[in-house]
Design a binder for this molecule. Structure first.
Ligand code: GTP
Ligand code: MG
Length: 392
């Protein structure tokens, strides 16, 4: 059973769609795969295969299929379409999605809506520096002036959030008509992809840093062992390398390495991978653990951070928080309770940016610059960055 190996011929980037519910993110994702399948550099993934986002039955070692994979002439992309607002928050805000760039989908008929604004805000907070706008459903009106207004509104929103609103590419598209094969709108998808290819720069990959992979998912392959999946945050990994599983307190050896079902010789920062670990019991490893080069990271429980508390309009709290507040912290793929100390201020209101000290319920790998989300009762109430780690 020889499988075709993954051959790294083009630079790899992670992108994703974001935007308000029903503005057409999934339809657009399907349309992109269709257009590229016709070009011969991708496989068509129909709408219902993307939207269901099931855990694919393990066929060899494979990764979560919320990702679709395709190539343009110059690049290989993993594209994540989050099934709903909550998934967006969870994957994107915690950095699990690790987007190098994003396609902001805005319905040209409806204009910017609350989740459009929230996703832009959170993208900014987690360091997604490049956004390309798809003004979708452009087939739905003949009124170009209406679309011009929506375009202005989107550019203003981006500028207000610290993006270069005037320079961001805004492409009028119709995912639905492109899926139907309408040549005018197929061309619109080509134009969108060209904008992504040229506007989203190749990110700097920390290939020389020690290997680190936040575990998104754990699978068992009968007869082979336990597999962890996720996006490589930094470094490289090869078969036979020793790794630590932080959280499980295990040191082991990598015995299998795949991307999108294809074996690979070396995984690099930015790759979506499945890693087979020797002799690790299924129950020992969980989402939220971190696989890293032995000795390269020290987990900690206490840190200082700068946090933006979402306003009520952005889906955040409507009442202030005070020292002693105990929300959940989403750090990489981990979900950990933490005690908040607001220091002299003592309290903070939704809409504020505050400094805080946090003591987590358990140790996780932490470092300055690391982004995280704060959640409570299933919704995101804050987004922050670690400023200092306090060991011991
Ligand atoms: N006219 C028109 N309708 C579209 C277009 N793209 C999507 N739609 C319709 O808009 C609705 C929502 O599309 P989806 O692709 O499911 O939207 P979504 O953003 O993925 O929605 P969520 O995942 O629920 O947030 C569906 O009825 C689509 O058929 C388009 O380009 N033109
Ligand atoms: Mg969708």
């Amino acid at each position: 059973m020889s499988k075709t190996a993954y051959v790294r011929t083009k630079p790899h980037l992670n992108i994703g769609t974001m935007g308000h519910v029903d503005h057409g993110k999934t339809t657009l994702t399907a349309a992109i795969t269709k257009v590229l399948a016709e070009r011969g550099t991708g496989t068509f993934v129909p709408f219902d295969r993307i939207d269901r986002a099931p855990e694919e039955a393990a066929r060899g070692i494979t990764i979560n299929i919320a990702h679709v994979e395709y190539e343009t002439d110059t690049r290989h992309y993993a594209h994540v379409d989050m099934p709903g607002h909550a998934d967006y928050i969870k994957n994107m805000v915690t950095g699990a999605a690790q987007l190098d760039g994003a396609i902001l989908v805005v319905s040209a008929l409806d204009g910017i809506m609350p989740q459009t604004a929230e996703h832009v805000l959170l993208a900014r907070q987690v360091g997604v520096d490049h956004i390309v706008v798809a003004l979708n459903k452009a087939d739905g009106t003949q009124d170009e002036e209406l679309i011009d207004l929506v375009e202005l509104e989107v550019r203003d929103l981006l500028t207000a959030q610290g993006y270069p609103g005037d320079a961001v590419p805004v492409v009028r598209v119709s995912g639905l008509r492109a899926l139907a094969g309408d040549p005018r709108w197929t061309a619109s998808i080509e134009a969108l992809l060209d904008a992504v290819d040229t506007y989203v720069p190749m990110p700097e990959r920390y290939l020389d840093a020690p290997f680190l992979l936040p575990v998104e998912n754990v699978l068992t392959i009968t007869g082979r062992g336990t597999v962890v999946t996720g996006a490589v945050e930094r470094g490289t990994l090869r078969l036979g390398d020793r790794v630590s599983v932080l959280g499980a307190d295990i040191e082991t050896v990598v015995t299998g390495l795949e991307t999108f079902g294809k074996p690979m010789a070396e995984a690099q920062a930015g790759d979506n991978v499945a890693v087979l670990l020797r002799g690790v019991p299924r129950d020992a490893v969980r989402r939220g653990h971190v696989v890293a080069a032995p000795g390269s990271v020290v987990p900690a429980r206490r840190f200082s951070a700068r946090v933006y508390l979402l306003s009520g309009r952005e889906g955040g709290r409507t009442t202030p928080v005070a020292s002693g507040y105990r929300p959940q912290f989403y750090i990489r793929t981990a979900d950990v309770v933490g005690d908040v100390d607001l220091g002299e201020a003592g309290a903070a209101r939704p809409g504020d940016t505050v400094a805080m000290r946090v003591e987590l319920g358990r140790e996780v790998p932490l470092e300055p610059g690391l982004g995280f989300a704060i959640r409570e009762g299933g919704r995101t109430v804050g987004a922050g960055t670690v400023t200092d780690v306090h060991n011991g």
